[in-house]
Write a protein that binds this ligand. Structure first.
Ligand code: AMP
Ligand code: GLY
Length: 423
């Protein structure tokens, strides 16, 4: 099978590493890819924003299957264009990708299909949003409606903070994403991420993970795309997984189909486990980054037939087998991230990982044959162990062999699970 993977992050390196192990794979391309992905696939310089160019490439190479990693091309409709041109694609239509692209859309689906989530209202002007906030009181959560690179959410502990967040949105701090605002009830509990494949009619639960969104140790400082993750999430007991499937995933799948937007791809449900059980914070319509890295380390089954069955509507015919051993990944980022940082800093050494570990590349590039850091999040040092604590020690031991002066990481990835293991 000839496969094209779209994307260039750590998530796509993990997908590429796993897909390349499939006995079904005959030719493997990635656009634009990165130096890590180049270990497994041929990189092609096709502009993924130019859908005609992507189709022309797939026709020229007679590609059988396209896997789309990030959300931006999905929201832009690349999956629709490729499907119309006759290709099998992993990833939802632009209409179904609204589940990630518009928080208001998702909240309306939740309301219509009785999916547990925080009570909310949508607003297109500041005075009404502010009146609602004053009426509800704090804590309360203010969200820019659209895609804001993970930065459009304010969890306000005071009414004043919430009012200021409303002004930020309508004054353009998040660009077009803030033209509409969702104000929602604060949910108290422990967060977990749940991943589930869906072909429109069938859902296949994958696995759970926990991310570390804040840049600083002890979960302090500004939000990032994620500084590390581990899988599974201990809070997601078999009972919580079953309730998530029954109360959240299945009604979403039916609701999307009934609304005329059947969903085909991966549901990445951000959950808050409250006193009442799992409640939906948000949906993403692609694998998490860096959550995908730990999922791929634990997946024993061949990923390629699973993604193909998702695209072809035959998910009821596949199963996924997982290692019980936890996996943990630590993100190394450029000093200054998530603010501004120097680019093209040299990475002098990336260690060989050996079995049960892997250093995935995110924002790296080759310049005159030398590896440099080009992005905010740059390397994902990933390892497994019999416990999260053991996976953590393996990951940091490997990370300490990386020679990159301008890099930094959090030293406490997995702390919540490690504390639980000690108790
Ligand atoms: P999001 O960009 O939607 O993932 O939100 C970023 C973070 O804000 C989430 O990971 C949560 O930690 C927090 N958050 C979002 N919505 C709520 C809510 N309703 N209650 C409490 N925390 C929330
Ligand atoms: N790690 C969070 C995300 O991928 O959105």
């Amino acid at each position: 099978m000839k496969v094209l993977l779209i994307g260039s992050g750590g998530r796509e390196h993990a997908l590429a590493w796993k897909l390349a192990q499939s006995p079904l794979m005959t030719e493997f391309y990635a656009a634009p890819g990165n130096p890590g992905i180049a270990e497994h696939a041929t990189l092609v310089a096709v502009d993924v924003e130019d859908h005609d160019a992507v189709i022309a490439f797939c026709e020229e190479k007679a590609i059988d299957f396209i896997v789309v990693g990030p959300e931006a091309p999905l929201v832009a409709g690349v999956a629709d264009r490729l499907r119309t041109a006759g290709f099998a694609v992993f990833g939802p239509s632009a209409a179904a990708a609204q589940l990630e692209g518009s928080k208001g859309f998702t909240k309306d689906i939740c309301a219509r299909y009785d999916i547990p989530t925080g009570a909310y209202q949508r607003f297109n002007n500041a005075p009404k949003a502010k009146a609602y906030i004053r009426e509800q009181g704090a804590p309360i959560v203010v969200k820019a409606d659209g895609l804001a690179a993970g930065k459009g959410v304010t969890v306000a502990m005071t009414v004043d903070e919430a009012l200021a967040a409303v002004d930020d949105c309508f004054e353009g701090a998040f660009g077009a994403a803030g033209a509409e605002v969702v104000v929602e009830a604060y949910l108290d509990g422990e967060e977990a991420s749940f991943f589930c494949l869906c072909d429109g009619k069938h859902a296949l639960a994958l696995a759970t993970a926990q991310d570390h969104k804040r840049v600083g140790e002890g979960d302090t400082g500004p939000n990032t795309g994620g500084m590390g993750a581990y899988s599974p999430a201990p809070v997601m007991t078999p009972e919580m997984v079953e309730r998530t499937m029954k109360d959240i995933i299945e009604p979403t799948m039916r609701g999307m189909a009934d609304s005329g937007f059947p969903f085909s791809g991966v549901f990445f449900a951000g959950l808050m486990i409250t006193e009442k059980g799992p409640e939906l914070i948000e949906y993403n319509v692609r694998f998490g980054d860096p959550e995908c890295q730990v999922l791929m380390m634990r997946l024993k089954s061949d990923l390629l037939p699973m993604l193909l069955a998702t695209a072809n509507g035959t998910l009821d015919q596949v199963a996924a087998e997982w290692s019980d051993d936890p996996a943990l990944t630590v993100v190394m980022a450029s000093k200054g991230y998530p603010g501004s940082y120097d680019k093209n800093t040299p990475i002098r050494h990336v260690p060989d990982a050996g079995k049960g570990a892997k250093v995935f590349h995110a924002g790296t590039a080759l310049q005159d044959g030398a590896l440099v850091a080009t992005g905010g999040r740059v390397l994902n040092v990933t390892a497994t162990g019999k416990t999260v604590g053991e996976a953590q020690s393996h990951a940091y031991a490997l990370l300490d062999k990386v020679d990159w002066e301008n890099g930094f990481c959090r030293r406490d990835i997995g702390w919540r699970a490690v504390e639980r293991e000690k108790a």
